[in-house]
Design a binder for this molecule. Sequence first.
Ligand SMILES: Cc1cc2nc3c(=O)[nH]c(=O)nc-3n(C[C@H](O)[C@H](O)[C@H](O)COP(=O)(O)OP(=O)(O)OC[C@H]3O[C@@H](n4cnc5c(N)ncnc54)[C@H](O)[C@@H]3O)c2cc1C
Length: 445
Amino acid sequence: MQRLGAETVVVGTGPGGATIARELARAGEDVLVLEKGRDHQFPVGSILAYATMYDIRRSREGVLVRRGITTGGSTMLYSGNSYEPPSFLKEEFGIDLSSEVKETKEELRIRPIPEDFYRGWTGTHRLVAAAAELGYSMTPQERFIDPALCDPSCDRCLFGCRRGAKWTSRDYLYEAAALGARVVTRCDVRRVIRSGDTAVGVFAKVPGDTLVVDAGRVILAAGGLGTPVILHASGVHGAGTHFFTDPMSVLAGISSDGTGTWHEMTYTFADESHVGEYVMGNVGAVNAFMAQIAALHLPYARRIVSLSGMTGMFVKLCDEPSGRVEPDGTLRKSFTPRDERIMAAGVEAAKGVMVCAGVIPETICVAKGIGGHPGGTAAIGRVVDENLMTGVKNLFICDNSVMPRSGGIPPVLTLIALGKRFARTLKACGRTEEKTTHERKEEQA
Ligand SMILES: Cc1cc2nc3c(=O)[nH]c(=O)nc-3n(C[C@H](O)[C@H](O)[C@H](O)COP(=O)(O)OP(=O)(O)OC[C@H]3O[C@@H](n4cnc5c(N)ncnc54)[C@H](O)[C@@H]3O)c2cc1C
């Protein structure tokens, strides 16, 4: 058995974990970061990402959920779209992230994709024009990308970005490491070690051995699927329920004149008039095709010959938090009647846009239910308080599992802002001042 010690241990290196690690390292704290995945380099930007960095799982009811198991977590595989936090965080929980969002947007230069990117995208232009004709408004998206480094005909954001054009939380992790944070990869954290009602470290599996870390503070950021499993094993009650994942339906079809979205960037235009129900947008031909294969629409594989004429769209559902992550990691997730109704409406809308843009209706295939925003499983108000503190002293959570429900929009900007706000709270109060909600309530009483 190996043994390490640290003032703060952070579990996971997605936007939640890496942001915290960087903020605490900047403040000169002794930080140890534990990451289950490897620091993959070679597969980044290639189809090998699917076999190495992706973890694709299916709920017992058939909903697919994707996440990244690698340094940088799921941001290695994300599209890089940026959305402001859902308003319910402030309205219902008093969590105002506006200053952290502003700071992050300035720091990472987040802005809509520049016009010269999409000037030559014939297929996407057709979708945007068709959407307008049908009364929708597909507008250019804000992205976490540096246009100077990005190749707009690449469309491989979902495999990782080899050019370094897409911001990922590896950037923050590497900065934390340069500031002195220690990082252990291939380290699968199994449970939090407790002394009564206080967290005092973690127990993990490392290749061929086990690792015990003694820590003054434990911050779980293993994501909406990873964190509840660790909580279950650590005797923290209430975790794992209210699971959501924003499942997408990806549509692919062939245009009558052979002009599709080949070499055009996915999710660069979207209609947001139904946020809270669904969002729909454009998909590049390769990603539209890959989604059909991932959904096991294998006969569609013969369409590979017409890839250059393929057009894609997605419909991202704001699903109800009705699923569950079991203690052994098994997923339970189906579509509720409301989810089915809204997804069907979104798919009909997207089909209408595609047909209006010249796609042959009989060629349209729909890969249904591919989620990528797992969350809700250790939510604010249920497992943590508004300062992300659990009922166990010195045990915190900072990842998408704390979101009480889906905002129906991609969450990375929200998670970075939440991580910054959380780090400031920690720095402001100092560890000795940290008290659980229960303790504070007792004091007030
Ligand atoms: C294909 C795809 C496209 C997406 N596109 C967008 C987008 O455009 N914009 C956007 O905002 N969001 C997007 N997302 C969603 C976004 O990437 C995630 O919601 C976000 O990264 C979640 O952050 P997190 O910190 O909760 O978890 P993650 O980013 O998943 O990080 C969790 C980390 O914990 C590690 N881990 C897990 N279990 C353990 C364990 N037991 N021990 C140690 N480490 C562990 C994992 O390896 C990982 O590094 C996309 C997701 C996918 C899959």
